[in-house]
Design a protein around this ligand. Structure first.
Ligand SMILES: [Zn+2]
Ligand SMILES: [Zn+2]
Length: 257
């Protein structure tokens, strides 16, 4: 077990927690990932789909190294949103790539990487798991739209393929996205300037957050269970996007330029 331990924040994503563990133990993230992967017999523990559903072997390795409970590890991955709240991970096996394609087909599945609220991040240094969800658009605490990409490298945050963790860590929260053959993007994410969200967007975000946390939502004088409400939000958004993208749509609605 690593000498220094830190408590995981209930909102935190696993990559954020592992980076903080590396930092307090004075390890590079590369060394930490190596410790998580290497087996004594020379075989390797898979970190593929670590943020979606980590393999049982990887969960065991994280538990051994950090002292965290297995359920806390799983709660920091997209497993938290399984059961239609708002994802469905039925049939997904992190060791079977074909099963990943099947769950992505459900639509609106979180892409690689994440959005974020720079104000939250500068306040507590915690990368919240909910920022990965496409249905999350606003930070209810600060009333701003989540920032979708780094203003320096123009890529979604944490767009990393080889390692889930950023190569360099410090209090400025460097972006860390790979930039071809040059050094990774060093732009401080804390310098991103989020835009104030509209009142309607904040109201919707508050309802969506409540539904994700398991609360019933009232719609047109009726109550909807969280999975039903979240599925309706997805279906309605898909329909509106479909209509707005038709060539004649410009005549019906004012579209942003
Ligand atoms: Zn915030
Ligand atoms: Zn960047």
């Amino acid at each position: 077990m690593l000498p220094a331990r830190v408590a995981i924040d209930p909102r935190e994503s696993l990559d954020s927690y592992l980076e903080r563990i590396a930092l307090v133990n004075d390890l590079t993230t590369k060394s930490l990932v190596r410790m998580l992967k290497e087996n004594r017999d020379g075989s390797s523990v898979s970190t593929a789909f670590m943020l979606v559903r980590p393999s049982d072997e990887l969960v065991g390795r994280i538990v051994d190294l950090t002292g965290l409970g297995a359920s806390a590890v799983e709660n920091s991955t997209l497993l938290r949103y399984d059961g239609g709240a708002p994802l469905n991970l039925d049939g997904f096996d992190p060791l079977d790539r074909a099963s990943y394609r099947a769950i992505v087909c459900q639509g609106w599945f979180p892409q690689h990487g994440t959005q974020l609220c720079p104000l939250c991040l500068s306040h507590d240094g915690i990368w919240q798991l909910s920022w990965k969800l496409p249905v999350s658009t606003v930070c209810p605490d600060h009333g701003v739209y989540l920032v979708a990409e780094c203003s320096r490298c123009s890529r979604r945050f944490r767009t990393r393929h080889h390692s889930p963790l950023r190569p360099r860590l410090d209090e400025h929260q460097p972006c860390g996205n790979p930039l071809g053959f040059s050094a990774p993007c060093r732009h401080s994410i804390l310098r991103e300037k989020p835009t104030a969200a509209s009142e309607g967007a904040i109201r919707t975000a508050t309802r969506v957050t409540a539904a994700i946390q398991g609360e019933e939502t009232s719609v047109l004088d009726g109550a909807l269970a969280p999975p039903a409400y979240l599925a309706e939000v997805r279906n309605l958004t898909t329909l509106l996007l479909h209509l707005a993208s038709r060539s004649r749509a410009r005549g019906f609605v004012a579209l942003p330029v």
